[in-house]
Design a binder for this molecule. Structure first.
Ligand SMILES: NC(=O)c1ccc[n+]([C@@H]2O[C@H](COP(=O)([O-])OP(=O)(O)OC[C@H]3O[C@@H](n4cnc5c(N)ncnc54)[C@H](OP(=O)(O)O)[C@@H]3O)[C@@H](O)[C@H]2O)c1
Length: 331
């Protein structure tokens, strides 16, 4: 099966190639697409080199699916061209996520809504994906009323240039081109994506709005504070969830440990809890610090960590492709 990876030279694109190889997706040929400056460059997949091409050539090569991670503007411009040629697109940018005609999919939560009609499928925001994977079984059992989340997000969430800024600052190079408005090394920025008129950032409102859409329940209230920290392994989240119905803590832990794609790491006495340094390169979502909020009833505190380039982007997109394949929805 020919697979186009649009944005193949970027952080997420590189991870998509790794995940396709690791999960043995039945790839016969990779068609790497990037910006004009990269056309002709080589990209490696399973020890073979593939040449980066422009999007027009990629469409002519008739891939079975195109996985996009090339930014919102590129997606808005190019995804419809692939879709019109009958090539399903799985898109990592925010371009199509809240379009009511497009599905926003986390396979563990709502892959069963996909049909052959879905030619552009949106991959949610990284911080939302890891949260809803954990929330879904809890919502089904106890019904979630309200979520208060604070994030601790990796610089890898901003792309290659941000990782370069962090390491340049760490090596004493203060002249590096800044992606963030402030120094990131030895700092914490309560600011991810642009500020909106309501005082929240776009990332914060993505967590609110995308959660409702993926869970298919507008009644779930979500308030978020999203924060960038100088780490590279993944995103961490402190999540406070208020339910309609009361829960048993042991049952919550049991439920989460039986949930596909979730690994419980919760043994604080032995210093076992999720951390980005351990989540790095893994496909699962890690949850720990599972405890009752003692300030009000029917409320739970959790600490959720996942590699934003994996489950937060590449793995989720490849899992969508795997679902389409398993249901005979790929040509
Ligand atoms: N990083 C994350 O955690 C994360 C998570 C979820 C979603 N995303 C989304 O995934 C996308 C990529 O993120 P990233 O972190 O991988 O960024 P990145 O490292 O900056 O990579 C961007 C990629 O897009 C390509 N590109 C840029 N303009 C293009 C064009 N006009 N046509 C074709 N390709 C073009 C670049 O090619 P060149 O190398 O030629 O410039 C590069 O391959 C963004 O939409 C981002 O919001 C990122």
């Amino acid at each position: 099966m020919k697979i186009a990876v649009v944005g193949a030279t970027g952080l997420v694109g590189t991870e998509i190639l790794k995940v396709l190889a690791e999960r043995n997706f039945p790839v016969t040929e990779i068609i790497p697409v990037a910006s004009e400056k990269s056309i002709g460059k080589q990209v490696e997949f399973k020890g073979k080199q593939f040449t980066v091409v422009g999007y027009e050539d990629a469409i002519k090569m008739k891939p079975a699916v195109a996985i996009f991670s090339a930014g919102g503007c590129t997606s808005l411009a190019l995804a419809p061209k692939f879709a019109e040629a009958g090539i399903p697109v799985i898109d990592n940018s925010s371009a199509w996520r809240m379009d009511p005609t497009k599905k926003l999919v986390v396979p563990e939560v709502n892959a069963d809504t996909l049909t052959v009609e879905d030619k552009i499928i949106a991959n949610p925001n990284c911080s939302t994906i890891q949260m809803v994977v954990v929330m879904k079984p809890l919502h089904d059992k106890y019904k979630i009323k309200r979520v208060v989340v604070s994030t601790y997000q990796s610089v890898t969430g901003t792309g290659k240039a941000a990782v370069d800024q962090l390491f340049a600052e760490r090596s004493g190079d203060e002249e590096v081109k800044k992606v963030y408005p402030h120094k990131i090394d030895l700092n914490v920025l309560p600011h991810i994506d642009v500020f909106l008129d309501n005082g929240y950032t776009k990332e914060e409102m993505k967590m609110t709005n995308e959660t409702k859409k993926i869970m298919g329940d507008d009644s779930i209230a979500v308030t978020a504070t999203t924060v960038r920290i100088p780490t590279i392994g993944g995103h961490s989240e402190a999540v406070n969830i208020e339910f309609e119905n009361d829960f048993d803590l042991a049952e919550v832990t049991q439920l989460l440990s039986e949930t596909e794609g979730v690994i419980v790491q919760d043994d604080p006495k032995n210093f076992i809890y999720p951390m980005p340094i351990n989540a790095h390169g893994k496909d699962e979502v890690f949850v720990g610090r599972i405890r009752r909020d003692e300030s009000q009833p029917k409320t739970l505190n959790l600490w959720i960590v996942a590699d934003n380039l994996r489950k937060g982007a590449a793995t989720n997109a490849v899992q969508i492709a795997e679902y389409l394949l398993s249901k005979g929805l790929l040509a």
